[in-house]
Design a protein around this ligand. Sequence first.
Ligand SMILES: *Cc1c(COP(=O)(O)O)cnc(C)c1O
Length: 251
Amino acid sequence: MLTIEWSATEGWQAPLIKPFGNMSLHPACSSLHYGVQPSLGVKKPGHALLYVILCQAGSYFNNEAEALSLWADPKYTRAWEGGTGDCKMGGNYGCSLLAQYEAVDYGCQQVLWLYGEDHQITEAGTMNIFLHWINEIGEEELATPPLDGIILPGVTRQSILELTRKWDEFQVTERYLTMSQLCSALKQQRVREMFGSGTACMICPIGHIVYQGENLHIPCQDKNTQLTSRIAKELTDIQYGRIHSDWTFLV
Ligand SMILES: *Cc1c(COP(=O)(O)O)cnc(C)c1O
């Protein structure tokens, strides 16, 4: 684990790499990650500790991962304008657990978070969401909702956008997507793939969405042609230094 101490008087100290044994708060403590227990601080801190757990990049990605099932019900809202949904803040996660349990009751693995009267598709669980489809005007497009304050600006999301824009093979767009657009695209067989993105899973295909009493089947492409495998391979190749990228720095 890499640790760097900070104090108001001394500023940042030299980085240290050490085992986690001596930490007063174990780094696996859930409150340090998704802040599942929301606590209050009412004073400017005098000390801080930045730590980074060093692990094999991409080690969580499971190539054989089953496609996810999502439960979409507009009665729950993950984030709203003027709120904190666009920050990695503890309070966002504790209150999402109720919906998560309900998703499991409906036989789904995670929640598809909708927003607004028009049931905009925003995020899946704690992942950003992407739709690869033929859009309303017949163009092949990879789309994800724009960063308008209710979307967490994930680094995996940004990496996928930059990577696929560099390929220059289809439109890559930050745009609003609604459930009705998705439903009509599914009926007209214009959906190629849908997936979530985040550091934990990297990229995770979506197989089903339960919405308004219907079980929507989302197509998944063949393993060899699917976008999810191609993006995952390219991202891990960059992380392991197998291909050259200006995203990697020698430290
Ligand atoms: C962490 C998180 C993501 C993914 O962000 P990454 O930086 O790619 O890991 C997406 N949405 C939510 C709500 C998150 O908490």
